[in-house]
Design a protein around this ligand. Structure first.
Ligand SMILES: Nc1ncnc2c1ncn2[C@@H]1O[C@H](COP(=O)(O)OP(=O)(O)O)[C@@H](O)[C@H]1O
Ligand SMILES: [Mg+2]
Length: 302
């Protein structure tokens, strides 16, 4: 059994079609013409690649199909030099595509996802691999979580879960509470934290989540990021940047935060690393359009 990795990232790729430079969001019966357009890999790719660029030993377990979208993302992943041992190739289309209408402060999505394999690549990887951390790129409270947690606990892996979700997950739902209580680090954005808890105030939402999860990080866009762990609260301001596109900023943030945490940095410094990687990612379309390295961290942080 291999234990050569810091982070095992499980989760599907996504192909992001990003329209930027819009004057308004699309409406029924109207055409909105974007000033710029980008086709970029997204989804779990964002965090896997951002971690890899920071020098973290990352394994990304992902399924790819016979379709053009899969092949495009696969080619990019290879170009980045990601470990390929956890890629599973399927003889059918696996199209995970998101159209993003991106305004400077937020964006609207239209998505299509082909049915996923019964046993996803992430589950296969968990059977054979040990890493220090399992990273789940969205709020997952589905049927595979229980088995995954058993394997993870047996191997003393930390579990970090992003809060990405478009469903109506609420902390009051037993399966959601179970998932949130089972992870070591939960990383929602401000909207997700408020929606989960039913709170309107970000800090109250953070407090409520911290009753369930040992370490909670709430990302607040240009407002920076907050965290609570073991009774300690931390805050770090966002970079003073003018974003081009914020798609994938949260995924990039997670990579920065995790890279610092794996080095045992204090909570506030982990947030600062997240803000550098997340903030710089907004300067280009997609989550990885701009490469962020350790040199960027050193340049931005005193
Ligand atoms: N407008 C911005 N200016 C500076 N940093 C930003 C901006 N938008 C996002 N970021 C950085 O990216 C992180 C994640 O962005 P956020 O929008 O909160 O998450 P998500 O992408 O999950 O919605 C923020 O905490 C911040 O560090
Ligand atoms: Mg997010």
């Amino acid at each position: 059994m291999s234990d050569d990795f810091d982070v095992l990232v499980v989760g599907d790729y996504c192909l992001d079609l990003i329209f930027t430079g819009l004057t308004s969001l699309p409406e029924l019966g109207k055409e909105v013409v974007a000033r710029a357009f980008e086709q970029t890999p997204g989804g779990a790719y964002n965090t896997a690649v951002a971690l890899h660029r920071l020098g973290v030993r990352v394994a990304w377990a992902a399924d790819f199909g016979s379709d053009d979208f899969s092949q495009f993302v696969l080619a990019r992943a290879r170009g980045e030099g990601l470990e390929e041992g956890f890629f599973v190739h399927h003889d059918r289309p696996l199209r995970f595509v998101t159209v993003s209408a991106s305004l400077p402060r937020d964006r609207a999505f239209l998505a299509y996802y082909d049915p996923t394999p019964a046993v996803p690549a992430g589950v296969r990887a968990l059977v054979t691999t040990r890493a220090r951390t399992l990273y789940i790129p969205g709020l997952y409270a589905g049927p595979l979580l229980g088995a995954a947690l058993l394997m993870v606990r047996a191997r003393r892996m930390q579990v970090v879960m992003d809060g990405n979700s478009y469903e109506s997950a609420r902390l009051s739902m037993p399966r959601v509470r179970r998932a949130v209580s089972a992870v070591d680090v939960l990383m929602p954005n401000a909207d997700e934290a408020c929606r989960l808890t039913g709170e309107v105030d970000l800090l109250r939402a953070l407090g409520r989540l911290a009753e369930q999860t040992p370490c909670v990080v709430v990302k607040d866009g240009a407002g920076g990021a907050y965290a609570a762990e073991a009774g300690e609260m931390a805050y770090a301001p966002a970079l003073p940047v003018t974003p081009v596109d914020t798609t994938g900023a949260g995924d990039a943030f997670d990579a920065g935060f995790l890279a610092a945490r794996l080095e045992g940095k204090p909570l506030a410094e982990c947030l600062s690393w997240g803000n550098v990687v997340g903030g710089l990612s907004t300067l280009a379309a997609g989550g990885t359009g701009r490469t962020v390295t350790r040199a960027d961290i050193d340049a931005w942080l005193p």
